[in-house]
Design a protein around this ligand. Structure first.
Ligand code: CA
Length: 222
């Protein structure tokens, strides 16, 4: 999953970037509201973390402009500790969730997981589930019939994306756009290698190849 972090406080941004990377997210970082208005609505993010106190354009206005332009990406806002007015304005402007500063990074990670599951129709599940698999996002492994199957970091990122988009044809370029940040070179051969590793671990039929179109996850397991 590819996230946009908009936060002008550099030490916090650094901490969150490192943490989010460890959680297996590809993250682009911006510190200015003007850049965020543009980039948030042109790049295909799966979720956006938006600080409200920003230089350039204030976060509330950034969010308002995104929603006015039809952007439906889930947005989690970061607000000042005592500002209930800010939280209310943020929710009115179309935020999906909020966290008040200071917060523990673990809480942010759990809210992101929940928001992503919710925005992909997995409403009542405490963990990500698809095609008979449970993804343990804390331990970054997958569980099938009670047994752990270990994953590399790259396999975990790819499988999480597949499990959030079951029974959908996903092209290699689409996958690359959502698995790598804006600065990483995208190599579809590498993706193919990871898909083959996942097939070896989970069974060949879990990920089908649709020639000329891409991959289909979970099509056999209904
Ligand atoms: Ca700020």
């Amino acid at each position: 999953m590819r996230l946009l972090l908009v936060e002008d406080h550099v030490p916090l941004a650094d901490e969150l970037l490192a943490g989010l990377n460890r959680q297996g997210y590809a993250v682009d970082w911006l510190a200015d509201g003007r850049d965020a208005v543009h980039q948030g609505s042109t790049e295909p993010y799966d979720l956006i973390i938006l600080d409200l106190g920003l230089p350039g354009v204030p976060g509330l206005e950034v969010l308002g402009q995104w929603r006015a332009a039809g952007l439906v990406t889930p947005v989690l806002i970061l607000t000042a500790r005592d500002s209930w007015a800010e939280r209310i304005e943020g929710l009115k402007a179309g935020a999906d969730d909020y966290l008040t500063k200071p917060f523990h990074p673990e809480e942010l990670f759990l809210r992101i997981q929940a928001l992503l599951r919710r925005s992909h129709g997995q409403v009542n599940q405490p963990t990500l589930q698809a095609a008979g698999l449970h993804l343990d996002e804390g331990r970054q492994c997958v569980v099938r019939e009670g047994a752990d199957i270990q994953l590399t970091a790259a396999e975990f990122r790819l499988l999480r994306y597949f499990m959030l988009h079951p029974e959908q044809i996903l092209s290699k370029s689409h996958l690359a756009e959502h698995l790598y940040d804006g600065e990483t070179e995208r190599d579809s051969n590498v993706l193919e290698v990871h898909v083959n590793h996942l097939r070896r671990k989970l069974g060949k039929s879990v990920i089908e190849t649709r020639r000329g179109q891409g991959y289909l996850f979970g099509g056999q397991a209904r």
